[in-house]
Design a protein around this ligand. Structure first.
Ligand code: SAM
Ligand code: SF4
Length: 490
């Protein structure tokens, strides 16, 4: 029996005996959206205030409240949402932006998702699975850029099954260059069985991310051919339930915007978060809002639900109000100008920088988009240092922090800190320390100057004012870094 057929049969058997209850009811979601179509000004302002209060209580908005925000029509009310998004982000995490890089490791795929460059029917894609030495070269190139945090990405294929994923995670952590290393590897890979999750957990993965793509069943079935593994909606819907049950600590959700009505998708993500919270006591660690981009072998311009820039900006801000304690991720799929606007007003907490999604792209120093070697076109090609320069010019603190995960502050040990809006007292010190290490080892003169003279004094000053004890510890650690220390964190 082929790998795919055997897996398909196992998935079907799992679906038949699935212990979880479906949490997406199209009729209910459409009903809530319809009911809140024309919210009053007072009700919008009431929800915005409630979202701000929720930031200290660790509660999410309800579907009805979220639907009110999704239907705002007045520009001035949207401005209030953006202000609240910035406020909530700063209250929970502080004005730091965590930076990571995606690392595409293998692109062969048994599925045929209509929107994806890796789909099995795309003959314009050159198929590649990195071998050990090639992977090491990628890691060395990433370390040379100053990166410490990755999300490793894989197509679904016997060549990149759970055992291969586990092996590559082990290899990534093993690479040392100039006395430094990758300190956190997150994973974006197809849904697995519980024992497979346990095998990748054993190698120390950080967050495990699966995007539902669309929560709308009918659309899901149209774009993911039936008979393929990805065609199984239910298997994917509960991918993160299985992961948490298997013992993974942090899971991440997302929707591929452009496939179906964005308002329906945002509410569905909320139902997903609520169900994880209800069963496991921890919501998603992050929420992503990728948007469909051009690939070889497909044309995103033909999408009936193509998302406008202004709607993407609104989605990001509403998600921040909807789940105040959850990290939000913006990716280099988008153009620099839009990214800068979104970083400024949507309360984004994490983003990728120095992104290259070609297989082997970092070590080959592949420039621009090469659609025969990458899943989709990205919009932001700035290198890490340029990206950081932009952040520090805006007064923000770039962070390569990996400390929660390494200090055991994951899952139910992490959530209370985010829910009580106290995590910032760790995010800011660790942001300062990891930025200091970056400045020492990798920064351009301009980043170094702004970092040393403006950013570090600014955030250290904030610490001195609010947490003098922590400020003292950070100052001592800064001295350690100045005399050659590495990896100082709280
Ligand atoms: N194969 C695994 C799976 O499907 O779960 C890994 C995911 S794939 C390599 C990573 C994500 O890229 C997908 O979940 C999808 O949301 C996104 N993606 C696929 N095609 C895209 C496109 N044309 N533009 C933007 N994002 C895309
Ligand atoms: Fe394969 Fe994932 Fe692309 Fe679908 S989205 S074709 S499953 S890599």
């Amino acid at each position: 029996m082929s790998w795919t057929k055997e897996r398909f049969d196992r998935i079907k058997a799992w679906e038949e005996s699935c212990e979880f209850e479906d949490f997406i009811d199209d009729r209910v979601i459409h009903g809530i959206l319809k009911k809140q179509e024309n919210p009053s000004r007072e009700s919008v302002l009431g929800v915005i205030n409630k979202a701000k209060e929720n930031a200290y209580k660790g509660t999410m908005l309800t579907p009805e409240e979220t639907a009110i925000l999704l239907h705002i029509k007045d520009e001035d009310l949207w401005e209030e949402v953006f202000k609240a998004a910035t406020f909530i982000k700063e209250e929970v995490y502080g004005n730091r932006i965590v930076l990571f890089s995606p690392l595409y490791i293998s692109n062969p795929c048994v599925n045929n998702c209509s929107y994806c460059g890796f789909k099995s029917s795309n003959e314009e894609m050159s198929k590649k699975t990195l071998q050990d030495e090639e992977l090491v070269q990628e890691i060395e190139a990433l370390l040379d850029s100053g990166q410490k945090r990755l999300i490793a990405v894989y197509g679904e294929h016997p060549k990149s099954d759970y055992a291969y994923i586990a092996k590559t995670v082990k290899t990534i952590y093993s690479v040392k260059k100039d006395k430094t290393e990758i300190r956190r590897v997150n994973i974006n890979a197809a849904p697995m069985f519980e024992e497979e999750y346990q095998a990748i957990k054993a190698e120390g993965i950080g967050t495990y991310q699966v995007f539902q793509e669309t929560y709308h069943r009918e659309t899901y079935e149209k774009i993911h051919p039936q008979g393929t593994l990805k065609g199984e909606y239910k298997w994917r819907l509960f991918a993160l339930h299985r992961a948490l049950k298997a013992g993974l600590d942090d899971v991440a959700i997302g929707v591929l915007f452009g496939l179906y009505d964005w308002k329906f998708e945002v509410l569905s993500m909320l139902y997903h978060a609520m169900d994880l919270e209800r069963i496991f006591g921890i919501g998603p660690h992050t929420i992503s809002f990728p948007r469909i981009k051009l690939t070889s072998g497909s044309n995103p311009k033909e999408l009936p639900y193509a998302l406008k820039d202004e709607d993407l900006i609104r989605i990001a801000a509403v998600v921040r109000l909807m789940c105040p304690f959850t990290g939000t991720i913006l990716t280099a799929r988008e153009e620099p100008q839009l990214r800068d606007v979104m970083l400024k007003k949507c309360g984004i907490s994490q983003t990728d920088a120095g992104t290259n999604i070609g297989i082997g792209g970092y070590s080959k120093a592949q420039e621009g988009n090469d659609l025969s070697n990458q899943q989709f076109a990205i919009g932001d090609h700035r290198n890490i240092d340029n990206f950081i320069l932009n952040l520090v010019r805006e007064g923000r603190l770039p962070s390569f922090c990996t400390s929660c995960y390494r200090e055991g502050r994951t899952g139910c040990n992490f959530m209370p800190l985010a829910k009580q809006a106290t995590i910032k007292y760790l995010c800011i010190p660790n942001g300062i320390l990891t930025f200091k290490e970056y400045i020492r080892d990798y920064a351009s003169p301009e980043v170094k100057k702004l970092g040393e003279e403006v950013i570090i004094p600014k955030y250290l000053g904030m610490l001195r004012e609010n947490l003098p004890q922590a400020a003292k510890v950070v100052e001592e650690m800064i001295q350690k870094l100045e005399s050659g220390g590495t990896d100082c964190h709280l």
